[in-house]
Design a protein around this ligand. Structure first.
Ligand code: HEM
Length: 509
C-alpha cells in the first residue's frame, strides 16, 4: 500500500513562523486585555491593563516603590484601580473586610511562593490546607501559651536593657533599629525553636542575620515576577548561589543553622522532651499534626515553617518598636507622659511587671497602637484570588480568578478614619469611643482566616520591650534622624531607606 506523503516543514521554517507569530500574539493579547477583558471597564493606567511588567517596573527597577505609586493611582483613578491585567487594588475601607475578613474564602495568590517557604502556613495558598496547618501550630501562639512563656521573652528584654545600658559609659549613641531587630530575633528563635540566635551579643547589634535581611528580600521581588528563578536558586548549591547572588547568603546561613537543629530532632525526636519548653517542633512532630489530619512532617516542611516564623516574627516586631521609639523621642511631651505613666504604675523597677500589668496602661497601649498603625505590619498589599464562583468587593461583582488587594498603608492613612494620618498621635486611641470606632481599622495584623498567627506573642513582646525600655532607660535621640529616614522600600515589610534611629542612653532608677 502506498501511504500519501504528508508535507513536512523544515524546523527552521517552524521557528521563523513562531517568531513571526509572537508579535501578533502579544498585540492580540493586549487588544483583548484592554477592550474585551471582564475588568476592562475599571479605570487604571493603560500599560497596567495590558502587562504585569508595569508592576515589575515599580517592584524591581524602582526598588520597592509600588506602594508610593499606588497612592498616586488612587488619587487619579478613584477607589478601585486596575493595577494589572487581572488585578484590582481598592482604597475603600469596606473592601478590606470583603477581601480579608472572617467571611472571606479568597485564596492567597501564588506569588507567596517567592519567599521560598511555600510549605509553611504563611506560604499556603489553599484555604483548607492553611486552616489545618494553622490549627496544628496555633496553640503555640495562643494567649495562654504566650503568658506561660512570658519569662522566656522577659529574659531577652532584660538583656536588651543591659546591652543598651552599656552605651552610657561608651558615650556613643546606640543603633536602636538594629537593637530592636536583634531582640525580636532572639525572642522568636528561642520561643519557636528553643535555640536562640544570640543576636543581642553581636557588637553594636550588628548580627549578620539582622543585616543581610534587606539584601535577601530584594531578591524576593525578582522571584515574584520571574518565578522560575526561585526554583533555580532552590536547586543551586550554596557555594554557587552565594557567588552568583550574594544576597542569598543570609538565607543560606539561616537555613543551615535551622537545618542542623531539624536534623538532630528528626534523628532522635526524644530530645524534644529534654527542652526547657514547647517549641514549633512539639506541635508539628508530636502533637496536633496527626489530629489535624496533616501528612507526616518532612525536613523541608519544618525548614520552611521555621524560616518563615523567624522572618514573620522578627522584622515586623522590630519595625514597630523602631517607629514607637522614633516618634516618642522626637516629642518631649509625649515621652514624659509615657515615662510618668510607667513610673506611677511601676515605682520599683526591680519588682516584676508582666504583660497583663502593662496591658492595663492606657497611654502605653495607645503608643503601641499608634506605632502599629504607622509601621503598617506588611506594606505590600496582600494579594488574594477570587474563587470559582466569583465574589463581591466593596459592592463590585468580580469574575472568578480576579486578583484583589487593599494595602494596610492605604487603610492606616485614610484621613477620614485617622485625621492628620501621618501625625503620631497616641491620643486618638484614648477617646472614650476610640475602641469601638477605630480598633476595626487597625489592620497591622491583617484580619480573618489568614490574619497573623503570632498576634498574642507580638503584643506581649511589644508591651515588654517598650514598657521596660521607657521605664528603665532615658533615651535621647542623637540629632541625626529626620522624617526622611522613614521613607521605605516596600518588600512585603518596609525596609527603611534612611539612617537608622540612634540614641544616647542613660540608666534610670
Ligand atoms: C508586630 C508584629 C507583627 C505584625 C505587625 C504581623 C503582621 C502580620 C500580617 C499583616 C500577616 C498577614 C500576612 C499575609 O496575609 O500576607 C501576618 C501573618 C503571619 N504572621 Fe505575623 N505579624 C507580627 C508578628 C508575628 C509573630 C511574632 C509571629 C510568630 C512567629 C507571626 C507569625 C505569622 C504567621 C505564621 C503568619 C501567616 C498566617 C497565615 O498565612 O495564615 N507574626 N502577620
Amino acid at each position: 500500500m502506498i501511504t500519501p506523503s504528508v508535507p513536512t516543514m523544515a524546523p527552521s521554517t517552524v521557528a521563523w513562523l513562531a517568531f513571526a507569530a509572537l508579535p501578533l500574539f502579544i498585540v492580540g493579547r493586549a487588544v483583548y486585555r484592554f477592550y474585551f477583558h471582564p475588568l476592562s471597564s475599571i479605570p487604571g493606567p493603560k500599560s497596567a491593563a495590558v502587562s504585569s511588567l508595569y508592576r515589575a517596573y515599580y517592584d524591581i527597577i524602582r526598588d520597592g516603590e509600588w506602594v508610593l505609586h499606588l497612592e498616586s493611582l488612587h488619587a487619579k483613578y478613584g477607589t478601585v484601580v486596575r493595577v494589572g491585567p487581572n488585578e484590582l487594588h481598592f482604597s475603600d475601607p469596606r473592601a478590606y473586610g470583603d477581601i480579608y475578613g472572617s467571611g472571606s474564602t479568597f485564596t492567597k495568590h501564588p506569588m507567596y511562593k517567592c519567599f521560598g517557604s511555600g510549605l509553611s502556613v504563611f506560604g499556603q495558598t489553599d484555604f483548607h490546607v492553611a486552616a489545618k496547618r494553622r490549627q496544628a501550630l496555633g496553640p503555640l501562639f495562643s494567649r495562654r501559651a504566650t503568658l506561660k512563656l512570658q519569662k522566656e521573652i522577659q529574659k531577652h528584654v532584660d538583656k536588651l536593657i543591659v546591652r543598651l545600658g552599656s552605651y552610657e559609659s561608651l558615650a556613643k549613641p546606640a543603633d536602636l533599629h538594629l537593637a530592636f531587630r536583634s531582640v525580636a530575633l532572639d525572642i522568636i528563635t528561642s520561643y519557636c525553636f528553643s535555640k536562640c540566635f544570640n543576636a543581642l551579643d553581636a557588637p553594636d547589634f550588628s548580627h549578620h542575620v539582622a543585616i543581610t535581611m534587606d539584601a535577601t528580600l530584594h531578591l524576593a521581588w525578582v522571584f515574584k515576577h520571574f518565578m522560575f528563578l526561585r526554583g533555580l536558586v532552590d536547586r543551586t548549591p550554596e557555594w554557587l548561589g552565594t557567588r552568583l547572588m550574594p544576597g542569598t547568603k543570609g538565607y543560606f546561613d539561616q537555613a543551615n543553622q535551622l537545618g542542623g537543629q531539624i536534623d538532630e530532632i528528626l534523628d532522635d525526636p526524644s530530645i524534644l522532651q529534654k527542652g526547657d519548653h514547647e517549641t514549633m517542633y512539639h506541635y508539628m512532630i508530636t502533637k496536633s499534626n496527626v489530629k489535624a489530619g496533616l501528612p507526616p512532617v518532612s525536613r523541608e516542611w519544618l525548614l520552611h515553617e521555621g524560616l518563615n516564623l523567624r522572618f514573620a516574627g522578627s522584622e515586623t516586631a522590630g519595625n514597630t518598636c523602631t517607629i514607637a521609639a522614633f516618634y516618642v523621642l522626637r516629642d518631649e511631651r509625649l515621652k514624659q507622659t509615657l515615662m510618668k505613666e510607667l513610673d506611677d504604675a511601676w515605682p520599683d523597677a526591680d519588682a516584676p511587671m508582666g504583660y497583663e500589668d502593662f496591658e492595663r496602661l492606657p497611654y502605653l497601649t495607645a503608643v503601641i497602637k499608634e506605632a502599629l498603625r504607622l509601621s503598617y505590619g506588611t506594606v505590600t498589599p496582600m494579594p488574594r484570588v477570587v474563587g470559582p464562583s466569583g465574589g463581591v468587593v466593596a459592592g463590585l461583582a468580580l469574575p472568578p480568578g480576579t486578583v484583589v488587594a487593599m494595602g494596610n498603608t492605604i487603610m492606616h492613612t485614610n484621613p477620614e478614619i485617622f485625621p492628620d494620618p501621618y501625625r503620631f498621635a497616641p491620643e486618638r486611641w484614648l477617646a472614650p469611643d476610640a475602641a469601638a470606632r477605630l480598633d476595626k481599622y487597625l489592620v497591622a495584623f491583617s484580619k480573618g482566616p489568614r490574619q497573623c498567627l503570632g498576634t498574642n506573642l507580638a503584643w506581649c513582646e511589644l508591651y515588654l520591650i517598650l514598657g521596660n525600655l521607657f521605664r528603665k532607660l532615658d533615651l535621647t535621640e542623637d540629632g541625626t534622624s529626620s522624617m526622611d529616614d522613614l521613607h521605605f522600600r516596600e518588600y512585603f515589610i518596609p525596609l527603611y531607606r534612611g539612617h537608622h534611629l540612634h540614641a544616647y542612653v542613660k540608666k534610670r532608677d
